[in-house]
Design a protein around this ligand. Structure first.
Ligand SMILES: Cc1cc2nc3c(=O)[nH]c(=O)nc-3n(C[C@H](O)[C@H](O)[C@H](O)COP(=O)(O)OP(=O)(O)OC[C@H]3O[C@@H](n4cnc5c(N)ncnc54)[C@H](O)[C@@H]3O)c2cc1C
Length: 431
């Protein structure tokens, strides 16, 4: 069956508001956090003038995000506040008020802190970032999307074919839809990116990222800790209080891929022992509350962020090492920039899938993405290494930065994305 851009039967089934005749249509393949954020931003800004449908074989089920938590930087928080998502997180966001970084081997008896960030370079009381638990984050996005009239269909996009002025999309259900624009938010292994023959530059790291939630008997006090071990960084990131021991942190533990299997094969008690060996903060008794889950790590950037009637968003456009917790933040910034471009075109009565709209989106996002990919790749190479000259150089570098408050403030301001070029939503402004 070939459905029109916005068939009534499909929208009724999905619980979305029936679109106004003549309204434009955007389809988003991928109901991850980036895809849902774009859907909400577009629908809130454009109402019935734009039909927005999210397509995902898993629907938008929040429970598949269980056990994951992300550092969301100031720009993402401002955007989520503006979209009305932040106040629905219901205690699932914990501010990071202090960051400490050390560099030593597991066996070293003392692990001095080379770099610590407190209040410098920030407004008083303004945190570096918040740790946001992904399941309630996805649930809040889903609620807001449903309220705004975004349709969600449980189906994968299996093929997309540009036609004059439109794009035809074949679903795993056999249904065909057509739209002004298709957004590929279908993750790092984006089938749509490959089908559009958009090249990919990147490589895999010989590392995996192990994620777990650890309960502890002493409070973390809002501290985040990144301990650079020879196999890669081991980060302890504060979560909202809760769990059996009263307090919780999320760990992101980078380990050599060829050793991770053995480390994780031993059952929860042995995994907890390995975590305790690496744990640097004195947080009392520890317990494993969720996980571990293991994720292959890679860096990669699509050669283009757009093709005919197609825009790439989030991990479908770029993946980076989690050393700085910025992958999703890039995806949120993509959503802000694309929503701004599409909304601007619609307000002028222009075609939201036109090449100049998509090229402007690509220009807006490419530089920051490439810079972040290069920075995180460089940091990982510098720190996931035990060579003595490199250790000395980086320790000297960290110590130097720590003694120069102006330089530290600069790094923090950069990290907090307070640049004039950031999209309006990331500045907390309406579209
Ligand atoms: C260990 C680790 C720690 C991290 N920590 C952080 C952090 O602290 N802060 C941060 O900002 N980032 C972090 N990241 C990065 C972050 O996890 C990702 O950037 C983010 O989750 C990507 O979201 P996304 O919506 O683009 O893609 P995904 O979450 O991969 O979503 C893609 C969606 O597309 C759907 N899909 C797939 N194929 C199709 C199809 N054909 N049709 C329709 N739908 C389809 C899938 O079902 C899925 O729901 C971390 C990553 C790792 C590995």
């Amino acid at each position: 069956m070939t459905a029109s851009a916005t068939p009534r039967a499909r929208d009724d089934r999905a619980g979305g508001a029936a679109p106004r005749p003549g309204s434009r249509t955007v389809l988003i393949a991928g109901g991850g956090l980036a895809g849902l954020t774009l859907a909400l931003a577009l629908k809130q800004a454009n109402g019935p003038a734009l039909a927005v449908t999210v397509l995902d074989p898993h629907g938008a089920a929040p429970q598949r995000h269980r056990g994951r938590a992300y550092a969301v930087a100031a720009g993402g928080r401002r955007m989520l506040m503006r979209l009305g998502v932040w106040d629905r997180l219901d205690g699932a966001a914990e501010p990071i008020t202090r960051m400490e970084i050390t560099d030593s081997r597991i066996a070293d008896p003392v692990r001095p802190s080379f770099l610590s960030f407190g209040e410098e370079g920030r407004e008083p009381g303004d945190p570096f970032a918040h740790m946001v638990e992904a399941e309630p984050f996805a649930a809040a996005l889903n609620d807001r999307c449903a309220g705004a009239g975004v349709s969600v269909l449980e189906a994968a996009v299996t093929r997309a074919t540009p036609e004059p002025g439109r794009i035809a999309v074949l679903l795993s259900t056999g249904e065909t839809l057509s739209a002004d624009l298709l957004v590929a938010a279908d993750g790092a292994r984006s089938r749509l990116r490959e089908a559009a023959r958009i090249g990919w530059v990147g490589w895999s790291y010989p590392q995996v990222g192990i994620v777990a939630t650890v309960g502890h008997s002493r409070p973390h006090g809002g501290r985040a800790f990144e301990h650079f071990l020879p196999s890669g960084p081991f980060a302890i990131l504060p979560l909202r209080d809760g769990g059996a021991l009263g307090h919780r942190s999320s760990i992101v533990w980078t380990e050599r891929a060829d050793e991770a299997g053995a480390l994780l094969s031993g059952g929860p008690d042995e995994v907890l022992r390995e975590i305790e060996r690496r744990f640097t903060l004195d947080l009392g008794t520890l317990a494993l509350e969720a996980g571990p889950s293991s994720h292959p790590l890679a860096v990669g950037i699509a050669r283009a962020f757009q093709a005919e009637r197609l825009a790439l968003l989030g991990d479908a456009a770029h993946i980076i090492h989690p050393i700085a917790g910025q992958g999703l933040n890039l995806g949120l910034a993509d959503a802000a920039a694309l929503a701004e471009g599409i909304t601007g075109a619609l307000r002028l009565g222009l075609d939201p899938g036109a090449p100049d709209v998509l090229r402007a989106y690509e220009r807006a996002r490419r530089f920051e993405t490439v810079a972040m990919a290069a920075a995180t790749d460089g940091l990982n190479r510098l720190f996931s290494n035990d060579a003595l000259p490199l250790r000395l150089a980086r320790d000297l570098g960290l110590g130097l930065v720590d003694r120069l408050p102006g330089l530290k403030g600069f790094f923090i301001r950069e990290a907090a994305q307070r640049k004039a070029s950031v999209p309006r939503l990331m500045r907390g402004e309406a579209l």
